[in-house]
Design a protein around this ligand. Structure first.
Ligand code: GTB
Length: 216
């Protein structure tokens, strides 16, 4: 069955891979599933046809036969459930390893991503507000708290829990948003972790595909 995702017709980042279709593309590349992309404009995202797929008028969405999904956590989890390569298999008899990998997906989205998004919002959208100068160090401090904890847990390991999983895919995707801020450089094991993610052939294919759209 054909898989179709949606992505920005033109991403505001010009193809740096920060829009969230990149993590879905990456997951599909990791499991070797071909996919099609329907590009949508900001205006089209708020129109009924797209709102029927995504109640919040955003990208990405995922369609496969009668199934339509939104939210990258749910989409990547669905891909990982249906295809081998992103979660320890049920057949390994290690249900605990699978549960832990899923836990890291949630940790990326619920615990690490929120302060990172807050920092991006403070810098990009609130940079000219009078209170931003005072608030920014607080927001950055909350990001650093999480990075310190994550760095301590990762230690010298390559991935968060054994082999590469959907948990790592999501965590690396979330951390990539910090790249331009330079904050990651203060946590060398996390910077190396992100670089390991980016070095994966599947990530490279996903990145190249979204870049091609944004440099046409
Ligand atoms: N929780 C949802 C998910 O994980 O799927 C969040 C989806 C989301 O935020 N989608 C954004 C969107 O559609 C695109 S990814 N925004 C349009 C809107 O809300 O009207 C967020 C994003 C956008 C742009 C950059 N960038 O240019 O750097 C980075 C990230």
């Amino acid at each position: 069955m054909t898989i179709t995702i949606t992505a920005f017709e033109r991403s505001p980042d010009g193809g740096q891979g920060l829009a969230r279709d990149t993590r879905v593309r990456w997951a599909l590349e990791e499991v070797g599933q071909p996919y099609e992309v329907r590009l949508v404009s900001f205006r089209a995202m708020k129109e009924p046809a797209h709102l029927a797929l995504h109640p919040f008028g955003q990208i990405p969405t995922y369609e496969e036969g009668d199934l339509a999904l939104f939210e990258t956590g749910s989409i990547v989890f669905h891909i990982a459930e249906r295809h081998a390569g992103l979660l320890p298999p049920h057949s390994d008899g290690d249900a605990d390893a699978r549960a832990r990998a899923i836990t890291w997906m949630f940790a990326a989205l619920n615990t690490v991503e929120p302060p990172i998004l807050e920092l991006a919002t403070a810098r990009i959208h609130e940079g000219d507000r009078p209170w931003t100068k005072e608030r920014l160090p607080l927001v950055e401090g909350r990001v650093r708290d999480r990075l310190k904890q994550l760095s301590a847990r990762l230690g010298g390991a390559d991935w968060l829990d054994g082999g590469f999983s959907a948990g790592d895919l999501m965590m690396v995707s979330v951390l990539l948003r910090l790249r331009s801020s330079g904050v990651l450089d203060d946590y060398p094991n996390l910077a190396a972790y992100v670089a390991r993610g980016e070095a994966r052939p599947a990530y490279k294919r996903a990145f190249a595909a979204q870049l091609a759209v944004n440099t046409r």
